[in-house]
Design a protein around this ligand. Structure first.
Ligand code: OAK
Length: 741
């Protein structure tokens, strides 16, 4: 490369992110793939090969603008197309029933779309194992729109092919929000149908001898395969697997038994607006055979509920997979629970909330089905790769066993009072901060003070994540400095990064507000480098890899009971940032691991949120007696941060003062005081460094390896399929998996 004048680092910077997800959900799956390969589990990730991933975010005059992300424009050297495993996926059509059979139903006159697989290798960490992530791309079959060709309408026929191929065109960019669009339903079914057919094909080819289709031929299926549904987006797997098995000649009962033993469902949110509910009418039109099967599943299920809980029609209504009002729709979470042998949340508090509220009725019916699997992150990407200096220091102190066994980090506690080790950690942090400061200066033209607290909140912009609370703190700091410019302040650089869904107007307004605050504050000479605000444009994985190692303070400030787990919280902890957070999601378990004295905890706890809401929450109770809060809200309302358009933020202030669904005002004072404790702690470098070290030392639990071991043991019933041979680099690497994939 050097003879060609190429530099690896530059080349790496040019590589596009595969932005094929929105936020935590997809990134978690990527960490899981790394862990499954590293643990030697024979696992596949299935997804859609979108032509356009998550949009690129541009900030213009403080506003977010979206640009299409054509990530494949320069080709993708990591993938190979496997035409030989192309699958056919059916849509539309009508049913022909054999007598009154629920099993023998022909789905005819369908419009078929081809699913073409592209494989990307997923290497385990130095273990000679390579798994595969298989992404499906939609292709119109040659015969597509034949009727138009025959009618001589050649152009119409060619244009029509596009509509089939649109299935894999673009990622829907909403995070934690359901969008009931027909194309989205087509995407979900496309993924599920192609992946299940692929798995059945592989199952058949793995059976000894020539596969003869007999009813017993599928007896081993649940022992050989497990489908983990990543939220309800692939929940059509349940009726689809039923369909495919019945088409193989199995009875309903056999198919149901296999389906339930094979499928398991992970819930990733309790926000009601994110729960999927598909209109029956749409499903009838696009997927009549699946609707037919769902109806029968529901019929049998409700019969069982009635038997277990007689005369309880309220319960029937709540548990039904088919909802009658306000519109007839399919409740996908209910379908996923009924068709799975295991249901889990992604942190302790979240899994408990599923049992006590969202899925209470289901828990009462199937208590043994409910589990917890606290999320984790891969230490390979989120420490070894993104923070090489810290990784090296840890390996120097402990050896490199931590890379596979993150719990070994606990041995760092022996250095908690070792000045030299603490100095080393803070020097590494300081270098990472300098690198980020250079990046910020180069890309946004803002000069930041490397001695300031790098206070970072990076995640999707959402009201429940409360970036607004962070903004209120910035305003309070600003007002204090203005009122008393000569006092000593612990300097801060507040950084926020994240994308807002293009149609989520409140979230977009929050971005604009933060950018306006930045404009005002960064240009105020009284403020100087005591306070700077930076909006990190186009936050994505590659930017996270730069930002997280450089952070001092990690903002995890969602209203208790709203963030299912969070995974950014764990990445910061592992890189020696301290957390300011509520007792929500995995923050609760982080506090347990490190001890509450090593975290900055504030705000209402889950039970207090519930009590306050049931008492009747009135935000006026808070701002009327809090001068700093009232001042900030008035500044927002009267255009102080937007003189050119003074009413721009009035709706934000009004909403907080009159509704404030996420209880920002209730948590405001506690948050401000907690930030004061942060500043005081930062003024004592050894105290701070000690806390950083203890954070890192207690991050072991949050390895995705631990999470995957729990899934493997408690849900999938699998053990490593590959002999893990740590491969010395001199030895040629032999391929470790079979040829048929
Ligand atoms: C997105 C769409 C629908 C349902 C859930 C999501 C989602 O991204 N949920 C997030 O999943 C992460 C991984 O489990 C959690 O860490 C986040 O708290 C949760 O919001």
């Amino acid at each position: 490369m050097s003879s060609l004048g190429l530099c690896l680092n530059q080349l790496e910077e040019m590589e596009e992110d595969a932005g094929l997800g929105n936020g935590g959900l997809g990134r978690l799956a990527a960490c899981f793939l790394d862990s499954m390969a590293t643990l030697g589990l024979a696992a596949y990730g299935y997804g859609i090969r979108y032509d356009y991933g998550i949009f690129a975010q541009k900030i213009r005059e403080g506003y977010q603008q979206e640009e299409p992300d054509l990530w494949l424009k320069n080709g993708n050297p990591w993938e190979i197309v496997r035409h030989e495993y192309t699958q056919k996926v059916k849509f539309g059509g009508r049913l022909i029933r054999h007598r009154d059979s629920k099993e023998q139903v022909k789905w005819v006159d369908t419009t078929d779309v081809l699913a073409v697989p592209y494989d990307t290798p997923v290497p385990g960490y130095k273990n000679n194992v390579v798994n595969v992530v298989r992404l499906w791309s939609a292709k119109a079959p040659n015969c597509f729109s034949l009727e138009f060709f025959n009618d001589g309408d050649y152009l119409k026929a060619v244009f029509d092919r596009n509509s089939a191929e649109n299935i894999s065109r673009v990622l829907y960019p909403k995070d934690n929000m359901f969008e009931g669009k027909a194309l989205r339903l087509r995407q979900e079914y496309f993924l599920v149908s192609a992946s299940l057919q692929d798995a059945i094909r592989r199952y058949k080819s793995s059976q000894p001898g020539v596969f003869v289709c007999k009813r017993e031929s599928f007896d081993e299926f649940p022992n050989k395969l497990a489908f983990q549904l990543n939220d309800t987006h692939p929940a059509l797997a349940i009726p689809e697997l039923m369909r495919l098995l019945m088409d193989e000649g199995l009875t309903w009962e056999q198919s149901w038994n296999i389906t339930c033993r094979t499928c398991a469902y992970t819930n990733h949110t309790v926000l009601p607006e994110a729960l999927e509910r598909w209109p029956v009418e749409l499903m009838e039109h696009l997927l009549p055979r699946l609707l037919d099967i769902i109806y029968y599943i529901n019929h049998l299920f409700l019969t069982e509920v009635r038997r277990r809980f007689p005369n309880d029609e309220g319960r029937i209504k709540r548990m039904s997979i088919v909802e009658e009002s306000p519109n007839k729709q399919i409740n996908m979470a209910n379908l996923a629970i009924v068709g799975s042998h295991a249901v889990n949340g992604v942190s302790k508090i979240h899994s408990d909330l599923l049992k006590s509220s969202v899925f209470k009725d289901f828990y009462e019916m199937y208590p043994g089905r409910f589990q917890n699997k606290t999320n984790g992150i891969t230490p390979r990407r989120w420490l070894l790769l993104c923070n090489p200096d810290l990784a090296e220091l840890i390996s120097y102190k402990l050896g490199d066993g931590w890379i596979r066994h993150l719990n070994q980090l606990k041995h760092l506690t022996q250095y908690a009072d070792d000045q030299c080790a603490l100095d080393n950690i803070m020097q590494i942090k300081s270098r990472n901060k300098q690198r980020l400061a250079e990046f910020v200066c180069k890309n946004y033209g803002i000069i930041i003070n490397c001695n300031s607290i790098f206070d970072v909140q990076v995640k999707r912009i959402h009201e429940y994540k409360r970036q607004l609370l962070n903004c209120l703190h910035a305003i309070v700091m600003y007002n204090r400095i203005k009122q008393n410019p000569n006092k000593h302040y612990v300097p801060r650089t507040i950084m926020i990064g994240g994308k807002a869904a293009p149609g989520y107007h409140v979230a977009k307004k929050i971005i604009k507000l933060f950018n306006n605050l930045a404009r005002k504050i960064n240009n105020d000479v009284d403020v100087g480098d005591k306070l700077k605000l930076v909006f990190l444009e186009n936050y994505r994985v590659t930017l996270a890899e730069k930002v997280i190692p450089a952070a001092d303070l990690s903002e995890q400030i969602s209203t208790a009971g709203t963030e299912a787990s969070g995974t950014g919280n764990m990445k910061f902890m592992l890189n020696g940032a301290l957390t300011i957070g509520t007792l929500d999601g995995a923050n609760v378990e982080m506090a347990e691991e490190m001890g509450e004295e090593n975290m900055f905890i504030f705000g209402l706890k889950l039970h207090e949120v519930e009590e306050l809401r049931s008492r009747g929450y009135n935000p006026a109770d808070y701002y009327s007696c809090n001068d700093e809060l009232r001042e900030a809200l008035e500044q927002l309302r009267d255009g102080f941060f937007c003189p050119e358009c003074p009413n721009l933020f009035t709706d934000i202030a009004d909403n907080l003062m009159h509704h404030d669904y996420y209880l920002l005002l209730a948590d405001f004072q506690s948050y401000i005081e907690c930030q004061e404790r942060v500043s005081a702690a930062y003024s004592d470098p050894y105290k701070w460094a000690r806390m950083c070290l203890l954070n890192i030392a207690s991050a072991g639990k949050f390895s995705a390896d631990r999470t995957i071991e729990e899934y493997a043991r408690d849900i999938w019933n699998v053990t490593p399929s590959y002999d893990i041979i740590p491969a010395p680099s001199e030895q040629p690497l032999a391929p470790s998996i079979g040829v048929d994939m």
